[in-house]
Design a protein around this ligand. Structure first.
Ligand SMILES: *[C@@H]1O[C@H](CO)[C@@H](O)[C@H](O)[C@H]1NC(C)=O
Ligand SMILES: *[C@@H]1O[C@H](CO)[C@@H](O)[C@H](O)[C@H]1NC(C)=O
Ligand SMILES: *[C@@H]1O[C@H](CO)[C@@H](O)[C@H](O)[C@H]1NC(C)=O
Ligand SMILES: *[C@@H]1O[C@H](CO)[C@@H](O)[C@H](O)[C@H]1NC(C)=O
Ligand SMILES: *[C@@H]1O[C@H](CO)[C@@H](O)[C@H](O)[C@H]1NC(C)=O
Ligand SMILES: *[C@@H]1O[C@H](CO)[C@@H](O)[C@H](O)[C@H]1NC(C)=O
Ligand SMILES: *[C@@H]1O[C@H](CO)[C@@H](O)[C@H](O)[C@H]1NC(C)=O
Ligand SMILES: *[C@@H]1O[C@H](CO)[C@@H](O)[C@H](O)[C@H]1NC(C)=O
Ligand SMILES: *[C@@H]1O[C@H](CO)[C@@H](O)[C@H](O)[C@H]1NC(C)=O
Ligand SMILES: *[C@@H]1O[C@H](CO)[C@@H](O)[C@H](O)[C@H]1NC(C)=O
Length: 692
């Protein structure tokens, strides 16, 4: 049912409080959550306080009322499958030259990030001279292993964004409340060129390339400034320009008339192409990305069959889709299908998960190859509408993300960007702290970041990597494995064990055999492990012995000594066999040649420390547009959106931000003053949206 178009009013509510006493707000929030039908009040900025659909939370967390990103709920790990369903000892005979069925050439920057446009000033920095140092460190870790990182800035909020020369208070990004005429849309963003200068400043320090989105809400009045200024400011660091975010959901979300179809998109794309061809301020006309389907209401084939790729081939830099395996919209918005996290957890803990997710695109990756184009997974994560508590923020998600991304590489995608929202989501690869006391080592690094790190090292920096799912253990769904080739030669193997079994009975023993380049495997191989005690564990995962800790514990640099295991191989009759144990749960990256290990070690990671912290806007606020709301969430556009109020916000600060001009001078300088979490003040700055 479509709600009546309401009149809009925004009530900024500022509540100064010390964070622990956020609990005192609960009665107020309870009052505000009187069902809309009676009170006609919808509160969008306190999603973290909403009861979740699940009743499986542990006792300690059932009454948790803070931000989703730090929800302590721990699920129960599913019981191990048992030896009958999952044999624990098996061999993999690796083929040394690239076998039939291996992927197209892949680059180390395959696994990237998608950052919702409205949160870039929290995640990336305040402006071009104040960058988030932990973000730089997180990117540097991946660059060290893979050569570079790709970040997409966009999402639902790109569609109505407008570039302005300046804002009245000097911020690079604001919500234009006056521009919010349509109640089914979140208020549009305005941003200044300094946002683009900020991206460029980041690229001068770490090798990050960017995708941006051209606003597509109104193709009769195109706003191409982001393409013009983006190319001028970012130069070659701008990889692509997305045209239309999930156009197959436009009609559902009220952004286009009902009946809007693939040919309508084709036509609007044509208008944009003409405008770009006419625009001398957009010198590179070949960066466009389409069709960016959520694959909710349209299949990719419906767009391919319009002749889209041939018609716009010269202008298309990439083809892309966006997809999430499921949604958690009921818990976040009270619409859609309720899904219990505990019951849903096993769906993420086997090899079928990633395969099922991309099955609708296998024809498209083949099709893209016939057209000489690359297909990207432009936005994805564990579940739309913020992910699931206990799943998206557990070690299980690290294994899921790694297997899913490797499956995409095997299946001829050319990149996958995992979404980053605000404090109000569970699935963030990394989350900056909400308050200013977190001046150092206060970021929260989630499981998906570990997936990214391991994937970077698995693919490596050669740009000539091919991936093959070897269907290990008779294609057992709990023990997937991949072989990795570089320049035609076997270099690494990735082994995954989804089972969770502290007894050790579900640890797997994988006997790798191969003849590499005409000679047997070396007498020993090196192994790095991705580990945690259980798939349900939150935080403190380790990759090769290093960790980013649990909540509020990281400055983006891995802590601890790196540990690389050596596994001796036995050799007989010209073949050597290396038996690698993979704990349950865990993943093992096996380096099959000495060079395979050293190439991904890269140059010593350049990391960034800071002595400067600054106050910046990072309110605890919920912007529904920040939640990825693609597939499975057809009602989203009809949900009333609101926004964080754009007013001054005196007491909310942020941390680990450093003037970029000082970075060189500050490299390697450690910060002494670490401020505690408790006791510092912060402001909840949220708005109520009222029907009147
Ligand atoms: C959670 O709230 C309920 C109802 O107020 C209360 O009975 C229960 O003791 C609380 N649980 C915890 C762990 O605080
Ligand atoms: C970035 O913000 C800081 C602090 O508000 C300000 O001093 C600086 O001038 C800003 N830099 C730019 C390029 O606007
Ligand atoms: C598109 O967005 C711009 C900027 O937010 C806004 O001014 C314009 O009215 C919107 N157009 C349509 C048709 O929604
Ligand atoms: C592009 O230029 C052509 C020729 O000058 C003109 O006919 C057309 O309307 C222009 N299209 C757009 C979208 O600006
Ligand atoms: C694959 O995609 C092409 C292009 O859209 C289409 O013609 C073909 O029918 C599709 N094949 C399958 C099996 O869906
Ligand atoms: C494996 O994952 C799939 C896809 O999510 C799910 O449907 C299936 O139930 C899972 N299998 C087991 C045994 O948990
Ligand atoms: C990936 O592309 C290669 C080269 O075209 C092909 O041999 C292979 O079968 C494809 N893999 C999948 C899963 O489609
Ligand atoms: C890999 O490709 C990237 C992007 O095109 C390029 O910057 C890098 O130099 C390449 N690396 C190698 C080893 O060729
Ligand atoms: C993570 O490790 C730290 C340091 O060992 C410990 O204090 C903390 O309790 C651990 N957190 C979790 C969630 O296991
Ligand atoms: C953080 O907030 C506290 C309390 O409002 C204030 O005293 C302190 O100066 C702030 N710190 C920074 C670095 O802004």
């Amino acid at each position: 049912m479509r709600p009546q178009p309401p009149k809009w009013r925004y009530f900024p509510v500022r509540l100064g409080t010390a964070f622990p006493s956020i609990f005192f707000l609960l009665p107020l929030l309870a009052f505000l959550q009187i069902p809309p039908s009676t009170a006609q009040i919808t509160v969008y900025y306190v999603e973290g306080q909403r009861p979740l659909a699940s009743s499986t939370a542990t006792a300690a967390s059932t009454n948790y009322s803070g931000s989703a990103a730090y929800n302590p709920t721990v699920l129960l790990a599913p019981p191990p499958p048992g030896a009958a369903a999952m044999p624990t000892s098996f061999g993999i005979d690796l083929v040394t030259s690239v076998p039939q069925g291996a992927s197209i050439l892949q680059s180390g920057n395959f696994f990237g990030f998608s950052i919702e446009m409205s949160v870039v000033n929290q995640v990336l920095g305040k402006n071009s001279s104040l960058l988030q140092v932990p973000f730089l460190n997180l990117m540097a870790n991946i660059q060290q292993r893979s050569g570079g990182v790709v970040v997409r800035v966009g999402g639902n909020t790109q569609e109505t964004a407008s570039l302005v020369e300046s804002t009245s208070d000097g911020r690079i990004l604001e919500k234009d409340l006056k521009g919010s005429t349509n109640p089914t849309q979140t208020p549009p963003l305005i941003f200044t060129p300094d946002l683009l200068h900020m991206l460029r400043a980041i690229s001068s320090l770490v090798n990050v390339h960017w995708h941006l989105g051209i606003p597509f809400n109104d193709t009769t009045n195109l706003r191409l400034a982001i393409a013009e200024r983006g190319q001028a400011i970012l130069g070659d660091y701008l990889m692509g320009l997305q045209v239309g975010n999930e156009p197959d959901l436009y009609a559902d979300h009220g952004h286009r008339p009902m009946g809007y179809g693939p040919y309508d998109y084709f036509g609007e794309f044509s208008t944009l192409v003409q405008a770009i061809e006419n625009d001398t301020n957009i010198p590179n006309k070949g960066l466009l990305i389409g069709p960016n389907l959520a694959t909710g209401d349209w299949t990719p084939e419906m767009v391919w069959n319009t002749g889209f790729v041939d018609a716009y081939s010269a202008n298309l830099g990439y083809l892309a889709v966006e997809h999430y395996p499921t949604d958690n919209c009921f818990a976040q918005f009270g619409i859609g299908t309720p899904r219990d996290p505990q019951e849903t957890f096993p769906n993420f803990l086997n090899h079928t998960a990633g395969q099922a997710l991309i099955a609708p695109y296998l024809n498209s990756t083949a099709y893209a190859q016939t057209k000489g184009k690359k297909l990207l997974m432009f936005e994805t994560n564990t579940a739309s509408c913020g992910g699931f508590v206990g799943i998206s923020d557990s070690f299980g998600a690290a294994l899921w993300g790694l297997d899913y991304a490797m499956q995409m590489a095997h299946s001829n995608f050319s990149g996958a960007y995992f979404h980053v929202g605000g404090q109000n989501v569970y699935y963030n690869p990394f989350t900056p702290p909400p308050t200013n006391q977190s001046s150092y080592k206060q970021w929260t690094v989630g499981p998906i970041y570990y997936s990214a790190l391991v994937m970077a090292e698995t693919i490596g920096p050669s740009n000539a990597t091919q991936v093959l799912d070897v269907q290990a253990n008779a294609n057992n769904i709990f023990t997937p494995a991949y072989a990795v080739y570089e320049h035609g030669t076997l270099v690494r193997a990735l082994l995954i064990n989804y089972a969770s079994d502290p007894s050790g009975a579900s640890d797997i023993y994988v006997s790798l055999s191969a003849v590499v380049g005409g000679t047997p495997l070396p007498s020993s191989v090196q192994v790095k492990y991705l580990l945690a005690a259980s798939v349900a564990q939150k935080g403190n995962y380790t990759w090769a012995g290093q960790t980013f800790g649990s909540n509020f514990a990281s400055d983006g640099r891995p802590a601890g000594m790196e540990s690389v295991q050596t596994v001796a191989c036995s050799s007989a009759a010209g073949t050597s066999v290396c038996t690698v144990r993979v704990p349950a749960p865990g993943a093992a990256l096996v380096f099959l040649t000495p060079g395979a290990l050293t190439e991904t070690a890269g140059a010593a990671s350049r990391t960034f420390a800071t002595t400067a912290a600054t106050r910046t806007e990072n309110a605890v606020s919920i912007d529904p547009a920040v939640l990825a709301t693609s597939n499975g969430h057809s009602g989203m556009g009809r949900v009333l959106g609101s926004t964080s109020h754009g007013s001054e916000n005196g007491a909310v600060g942020n941390a680990g931000i450093v003037p970029s001009g000082l970075l060189g001078a500050l490299l390697g300088v450690a910060l002494g003053a670490v401020m505690g979490w408790e006791g510092s003040g912060m402001v909840l700055d949220f708005c109520l949206s009222l029907y009147t």
